[in-house]
Design a binder for this molecule. Structure first.
Ligand code: G3H
Ligand code: ZN
Length: 285
């Protein structure tokens, strides 16, 4: 019935060995769909607003909408800022009521990443807001790089230990073979690397970005090895919102946008429910 922190939901996930689904939302119907899916599965849920989504909606609208949706559905929800690179944007989100933020300085040097991340932790922790940061770099489809170049960006386990100690973060996003967006070929996760990072940092919740297109069995294995938050965005954006809206607008004779909205809500809820079943967080609300 409220917005809760990332730390709160991941604490239990760490103790019990499951992952919590983190889903991007781009529209109000998309957000309602996340809540509906989580409610149906009696699961915790992490609603993620990207910086781009907020440019359209505004921080206060996003916070108000999430509080309202959590109340209406009677669920606990984490409101997480995804992939923020700018300290001032993060500060505004903390000030306006986000319960979790990600500082993504993964394309900077190790020391620059530590410096800005520690600064974010210092600010966010004053307000009890959780912080996720990324070490190594999870690329996107826009990064046209070879497999060798990509592997050079994978998280180095020993560096992860230093990074966690030097920053005081609540969750660590790692680069272990996933990418953002749809895959051109089957994703190849580096499971030994996940296991090693978890072995060195058994208490630290690990975050897997780029969840769209990852086979269910890979998710299960990654969770078994220590992943505690799994991000899914593109699948919701394209299959949950865009494709469903286009088809509904093309075929709905009544010209009633509410009919389109309810189809989007149901499509997003269905995707969320399927992921929750794989992640093992059903019944963990
Ligand atoms: O931060 C967001 C996620 O990593 C989403 O990745 O769009 O590939 O599912 P995805
Ligand atoms: Zn991501």
């Amino acid at each position: 019935m409220a917005l809760v922190t990332l730390k709160h939901v991941l604490n239990r996930a760490c103790k019990e060995g499951y992952a919590v689904g983190a889903f991007n939302f781009f529209t109000l119907e998309n957000l309602i769909g996340l809540a509906k899916g989580a409610k149906a599965k009696n699961s915790p849920v992490i609603a993620m607003a990207s910086v781009g989504a907020m440019k359209i909606m505004g921080e206060k609208t996003v916070v108000g909408a999430c509080q309202g949706v959590a109340d209406d559905f009677g669920i606990d929800m984490v409101l997480h800022l995804d992939h923020a690179t700018d300290y001032d944007v993060i500060r505004r989100c903390v000030d306006n009521g986000f319960t979790s933020v990600m500082i993504d300085a993964s394309s900077k040097s190790y020391q620059e990443n530590v410096d800005i991340t520690a600064r974010v932790v210092e600010y966010a922790s004053r307000y009890g807001v959780s912080v996720e940061a990324e070490l190594g770099h999870v690329g996107g489809k826009e990064d046209d790089i070879s497999v060798d170049e990509r592997e050079a960006l994978f998280t180095v386990p020993e560096d992860a230990v230093r990074f966690v100690r030097d920053t005081g973060i609540d969750a660590l996003a790692v680069a272990v073979g996933t990418v953002h967006g749809f895959y051109k070929s089957e994703p190849k996760l580096d499971f030994p690397r996940i296991a090693k990072i978890h072995e060195l940092l058994p208490e630290m919740p690990l975050v897997l970005h780029g969840g769209t297109g990852v086979p269910d069995d890979d998710f299960r294995k990654a969770i078994q090895l220590g992943m505690r938050k799994i991000n899914v965005g593109t699948e919701l954006k394209v299959h949950g919102v865009f494709d469903v809206s286009r088809e509904a607008y093309d075929t709905e004779p009544s010209h009633d946008p509410r009919k389109v909205a309810s189809k989007v809500i149901d499509a997003c809820a269905k995707i969320v429910e399927e992921k929750i079943d794989v992640m093992g967080c059903a019944g963990k609300a």
